[in-house]
Design a protein. Structure first.
Length: 567
């Protein structure tokens, strides 16, 4: 069977939102001649996380819905923090989610020559100037939200002088920080982003794609809008923190209207805020570099590499993105919604298997010593066409420790002294005795079975018991490593209110046990998901699991145990 995490079955039908309404109106008026081009523009300075998945699904999904195209463009303007490793990881994540950019793969560095030429044009038009002040002086002169900024003493520097300095900046005549190029807009603007923002700075840093050709690099706000325009983007979908940057986006393109082919429309939507996670790149890097987690693909992280290894599927994430919707208002989304989307997908797609996580021996005293018989279990109870599999039964079995209670509480219908339960897919058994060690710990339980009650036979239908437990033949079970993953944080908002998010790390977020599973699971392919009956959904680890040493990660429990605990 193939890696189920690579499936791309369409999620539930799209629902209306304000972005679709804008595009529908544009198509009605013919604003873009029916054309829809979007882009996903990550900076390659870290791994993508679940918040990026919302943007990926939105940008690629909208383009597909309107028979348009979506570009993948890397905002590689800060070479101090960017690596090819991150570029490769981002491409892999987008493909895994089921989206294809085709021929539309771009880099901001593709436009460095044009961006530089446009900067010279702005200088000649009196719309930009070289400022020779140190960074702290420029910062102090910006003013506050309630007071205007102060003009730089270089604001009225002649265009010819600024142009000469800018060219010498490009020619590597100056050290880092000696000069910057600033847009000349309005130091009294109520929008801080319009107070003569820096659009170029000197950085003597090797760039992963352009090498040492450049020692000046453009700023994001300057680069982003021009890249959109050069690629003929129609709808530039950004998260809400860029709303205050939109006037600058429009200002730059207005100044260059004779130079660029179009003026895209920037539209902002609320970013994803997910409980029990952190999604700041800085904090994710800190978690990885401090070895508080096991790398970027740790299944407890909110990175796409992590949730993929955890067992999340593209369809579950697409379903989640569509279900939470798109709005203009920031809000928190409960982790339980994401987990429910995974349960919903895996409930339909995951084959069923048996695993005993906390084994306890059960001996059927009246079962023939050397006998082994086949019991038959469906591969999926709602998918009869998937057929059945054989589960061998023998005299000695493993059951879950939780399925036996020596002194049962009220409402406990599993195995207890003198009580009867059905071994799922097999017989009804009755507990007759218990073996204990010198410390009083239970080592085994003894039962007798009713040979007339095998599942699927006429006798089975005549006998009814309330308890139904799973089991494995001790001589046929395969021992495996199982990693029980839980939420990384105990606080739903670990980094809010100035708190140190590390204090909320969950000490029980990862537990490694050795358990028993059906022998057929030894051949499970890395990335293949299963429902371990009554225990949850698990995935064969896509990195560590081998036929010689199978490793399974718990993707999600069968029910929201956190929600129950909160109640």
């Amino acid at each position: 069977m193939k890696d189920q995490s690579a499936q791309n079955t369409p999620a539930e039908p799209a629902v209306s939102n304000f972005i679709r309404s804008i595009i529908n109106e544009d198509n009605r008026t013919g604003k873009w001649q029916g054309r829809v081009e979007t882009r996903f523009p990550p900076e390659p300075n870290g791994y993508l996380h679940i918040g990026h998945a919302k943007s990926i699904c939105l940008n690629f999904g909208i383009a597909k819905e309107y028979q348009g195209v979506c570009h993948l463009r890397f905002d590689d303007t800060n070479p101090e923090k960017e690596t090819q490793e991150y570029v490769d990881a981002i491409c892999d994540n987008v493909k895994w989610l089921g989206f294809d950019w085709g021929e539309h793969l771009y880099y901001s560095s593709d436009y460095f020559d044009q961006l530089y030429d446009f900067a010279e044009y702005l200088i000649n038009q009196g719309k930009a100037y070289v400022d020779s002040q140190p960074a702290n002086a420029i910062r102090e002169q910006r003013g506050t939200l309630t007071s205007p900024g102060q003009n730089s003493p270089y604001r009225d520097r002649p265009a010819a002088e600024s142009l000469d300095l800018f060219r010498r900046m490009k020619a590597a005549e100056f050290p880092d920080g000696a000069h910057v190029l600033r847009a000349r807009i309005d130091m009294a603007s109520p929008n801080m982003n319009m107070r003569d923002p820096v659009i170029y700075r000197i950085r003597h840093v090797h760039h992963q794609r352009t090498g040492n050709r450049w020692c000046i690099y453009p700023m994001y706000d300057y680069t982003h809008c021009i890249s959109d325009a050069l690629e003929n983007i129609t709808h530039s979908l950004c998260t809400l923190e860029f709303e205050d940057h939109r006037p600058l986006y429009d200002w730059v393109l207005d100044q260059l209207q004779e130079k660029v082919p179009c003026h895209p429309q920037q539209i902002e939507f609320a970013r994803l805020n997910l409980t029990y996670t952190v999604m700041s790149k800085r904090k994710l890097i800190e978690l990885v570099e401090s070895e508080l987690v096991d790398g970027w693909d740790d299944p407890r992280l909110s990175t796409l590499a992590g949730v993929r290894r955890r067992g999340y599927t593209p369809r579950a994430i697409q379903l989640f993105a569509e279900r939470i919707g798109v709005s203009k208002a920031d809000s928190w989304i409960d982790m339980g919604i994401l987990e429910d989307c995974l349960r919903e997908d895996l409930n339909e797609s995951a084959p069923r298997r048996i695993a005993v996580l906390k084994p306890l021996k059960l001996i059927i005293d009246n079962y023939p010593e050397e006998q082994v018989e086949d019991c038959f279990a469906p591969n999926h109870p709602q998918q009869p066409e998937w057929g059945k599999r054989s589960v061998p039964l023998s005299k000695m079995l493993y059951i879950e420790q939780d399925d036996f209670m020596e002194e049962p509480v009220k409402g406990y219908f599993r195995l207890a002294p003198g009580a009867e339960v059905r071994l799922r897919y097999a017989y009804i058994v009755k507990c007759v005795s218990v073996d204990k060690n010198a410390q009083g710990e239970i080592e085994a339980i003894h039962c007798t079975y009713d040979p007339d009650t095998k599942s699927g036979t006429e006798g089975a239908a005549q006998r009814k018991v309330k308890g139904n437990i799973h089991w494995l033949s001790a001589s046929h079970a395969q021992q495996v490593e199982i990693r029980l993953y839980d939420r990384l944080f105990t606080d739903p908002h670990p980094d809010s209110g100035g708190k140190d998010y590390k204090h909320a790390l969950n000490p029980d977020s990862k537990t490694i046990i050795h358990a028993f599973v059906e022998s057929a699971l030894q051949s499970a392919e890395p990335g293949q998901c299963f429902q371990f009956e009554r225990n949850g959904y698990f995935v064969a680890d896509r990195i560590d699991s081998t036929a010689e040493k199978p490793v399974f990660n718990r993707a999600v429990t069968l029910r929201d145990s956190w929600g129950k605990a909160a109640k």
